[in-house]
Design a protein around this ligand. Structure first.
Ligand code: ADP
Ligand code: GLC
Length: 467
């Protein structure tokens, strides 16, 4: 099969979150048996990182409302069956951020991704399947069905996060150059706004999301972000497939980011990783349990609740906490204040750092994911492989992948209700576990043995593509 993936970030070319990892893992696994092309924007810095990009054909022009804009695809081939095509348009993509700066989204994000989607729609005519990811590419099925007509590929639309819908003023619909008649509630119109995600839900042949649990949750008003009605209409075409992990990247042996190697047979190197991590954060090494977070700082991730719980617990309980993250400036401020209050116990690094994220996964004892909702979540899966015990709110993919240690084969600590008291209790459970080193090691080992590798999940996508 000839498969096209279209996505707004793709690891290692660009990344702000799990989306980039997911499409990289899936594409790598599919490329073992299929011809896979990934289309993604050519953002600032990619050329420097990959100097051997080759231009594909000449520049082309695409209409964007009344304007005509030029674009060009640049090609990179990371492995035999995998081609990456990067869309050049410097005015749109050569910017300091992928989607935002200083916590503010770019005002022209709709135009930036309508342009990208148009280029993708043109490209996809050469493929059997076009697999679109998140709101940035959600209008591709509409562009194909209402524009290109016959001979278009089958389309699959994956929701990675229903909270980001690409909702904007109705007048931006004109940038699609489709007939204004198509702007209605059975399509991209949602309460008077243009809604990219809704167009995807309406026009895609199949819809998937990144865990079975989230696939159920989004059919309810609580998690449906205003689109549960639309999703209910397409319920029979909606599947939840849990993401996999790229274990070639996320590994505890031969990993250039880690201070020491360790594995199931010999865990001793993990202590070296912890010592290095504490040093990086300038924290004293006093043998205390170490809790950690690596996260986009967004409301979804439960950071406010976490800071509240930590501020309550830190004065009485002996533990340390480190966090790497960036995003919402109010959350950044809250975290920096916590660090100022507990300088020997709390380490906070504001920024984005792939290497440090590996060091944190390896050096911590517990990894906290107190998310209000979590479509899949990858960090808990990375934590399992790194022998770091996840503490999660039982929601979405966290619920699908983490079983509480009170159950046989439990691989983490789970709490059911999204509130501060339950989160604090979960942290207390972790502290009791850390006082029982034998049990703690047993739980670490259960997680390290688990296999969430991509080939299994990729097969589910292949079955879907063939339908
Ligand atoms: P989401 O996609 O909602 O952000 P996931 O758990 O699926 O959540 O994936 C997050 C990914 O992004 C992980 O690989 C995580 O390590 C990475 N990440 C998030 N924030 C940072 C950061 N500040 N620095 C480095 N990596 C980060
Ligand atoms: C989204 C979700 C996250 C998921 C990731 C990859 O960003 O927030 O839960 O793991 O996409 O699918």
């Amino acid at each position: 099969m000839r498969i096209l993936q279209a996505v707004s970030e793709f690891f290692p070319y660009s990344k702000t979150g799990g989306l980039a990892d997911m499409v990289a893992g899936l594409s790598g696994a599919l490329a073992r048996t299929h011809e896979v092309t990934v289309a993604t924007p050519l953002y600032r810095g990619i050329r420097e990182q990959f100097p051997d990009l080759e231009a594909v054909g000449d520049e082309f022009e695409l209409p964007l409302g009344d304007a005509k804009l030029t674009g060009r695809w640049w090609r990179h081939q990371p492995s035999p069956n995998l081609i990456v095509l990067l869309l050049e348009n410097d005015a749109f993509y050569d910017r300091p951020g992928l989607y935002m700066e200083h916590g503010e989204g770019y005002w022209d994000n709709p135009e930036r991704f309508i342009f990208f989607s148009k280029a993708v729609a043109r490209l996809s005519l050469d493929y059997d399947v076009a697999h679109l990811h998140d709101w940035q590419t959600a209008i591709v099925p509409m562009l194909l069905k209402e524009g290109a007509g016959k001979g278009t590929p089958r389309t699959v639309f994956t929701i990675h996060n229903l909270a980001y819908q690409g909702s904007c003023d109705a007048d931006r619909f004109s940038f699609t150059n489709l007939s204004a008649k198509l702007f209605h509630s059975r399509g991209p119109e949602h309460f008077g706004q243009l809604n990219f995600m809704k167009a995807g839900l309406h026009y895609a042949d199949a819809i998937t999301t990144v865990s079975p649990q989230y696939a159920q949750e989004i059919l309810t008003e609580e998690f449906g972000e205003g689109l549960s009605g639309e999703l209910l209409k397409r319920k029979d075409q909606l599947t939840g497939i849990l993401n996999g992990v790229d274990y070639a990247e996320w590994r505890t042996r031969g990993n250039p980011h880690l201070a020491a190697e360790y594995d199931l047979e010999n865990l001793s190197g993990k202590a070296t990783c912890k010592a290095q991590l504490l040093e990086i954060f300038g924290l004293p090494n006093e043998g205390l349990p170490l809790f950690a977070v690596v996260s986009r700082l967004a409301e979804q991730k439960g950071i406010t609740q976490l800071v509240e719980a930590l501020a309550e617990l830190l004065p009485g309980d002996g533990f340390q906490f480190v966090l790497l993250g960036s995003g919402d400036e109010a959350l950044e401020e809250m975290l920096l204040q916590l660090r100022a209050e507990f300088p020997n116990r709390v380490g906070v690094e504001i920024g984005y750092d792939q290497s440090l994220s590996h060091k944190i996964e390896a050096g911590a004892d517990f990894f906290l994911m107190p998310s209000r909702f979590e479509p899949c979540g990858l960090n808990q899966l990375y934590s399992l492989r790194y022998g770091t015990i996840p503490i999660v709110h039982a929601v979405g993919g966290l619920k699908d992948s983490i079983t509480d240690i009170q159950k046989p084969e439990g691989n983490g600590i789970r709490y059911e209700q999204f509130d501060v008291p339950q989160l604090s209790t979960a942290i207390h459970h972790a502290l009791s576990l850390s006082r029982d080193p034998k049990k703690m090691e047993m739980v670490r080992r259960i997680g390290m043995k688990q296999d969430f590798s991509w080939p299994m999940a990729a097969q589910k996508y292949t079955q879907l593509y063939s339908k």
